[in-house]
Design a protein around this ligand. Sequence first.
Ligand SMILES: Nc1ncnc2c1ncn2[C@@H]1O[C@H](COP(=O)(O)OP(=O)(O)OP(=O)(O)O)[C@@H](O)[C@H]1O
Ligand SMILES: [Mg+2]
Length: 158
Amino acid sequence: MITFYLKNLEETEKLGELISSCSAAGTVICLDGDLGAGKTTLTKFIGKHLNIEETITSPTFSIVKEYEGDLKFYHMDAYRLLSLDEAYEVDVERYIYSDGVFVLEWAEKLKEILPENIVSLTLKSGSDINQREVIMSGKGKIFDCLVRGLKDNDCFRN
Ligand SMILES: Nc1ncnc2c1ncn2[C@@H]1O[C@H](COP(=O)(O)OP(=O)(O)OP(=O)(O)O)[C@@H](O)[C@H]1O
Ligand SMILES: [Mg+2]
């Protein structure tokens, strides 16, 4: 488990850029954290750096939205799902094992069915309104790439 900090939105964008550069077909990025922690904001930055031109908006009500940039991009918000059955109803496995990048908000809700090779980021509000603490865990290519990227990037160390 690794903890690092985002001082402001610019650093959240840097993290989004790093995540996009580590992503490949089949990458699963899990986001957790309270309402307003910054999950959708980070997702937008990941999409921006995958060259998605369409505006990415929160899929809280539609549950899942699909986009296309350098890679296919699937954005799901599990907040409103009441059971795993409801996740299967929206064909969650199609996104977990996909030909693109899958970003999942409120991933904790689906943890029983998530594979090992994913990265999980939990965002927490900090003392300053624009600051966030990030707790990162995971396994596999995406996790290793992010660990390396964070080491190379001084700004996340504060
Ligand atoms: N460093 C930062 N990183 C991310 N968001 C930030 C940061 N600083 C300020 N913010 C603001 O915090 C808010 C985060 O809202 P966002 O919708 O991304 O949260 P969320 O975690 O997706 O919430 P929800 O659980 O409702 O989906 C935005 O208004 C964003 O501009
Ligand atoms: Mg959100």
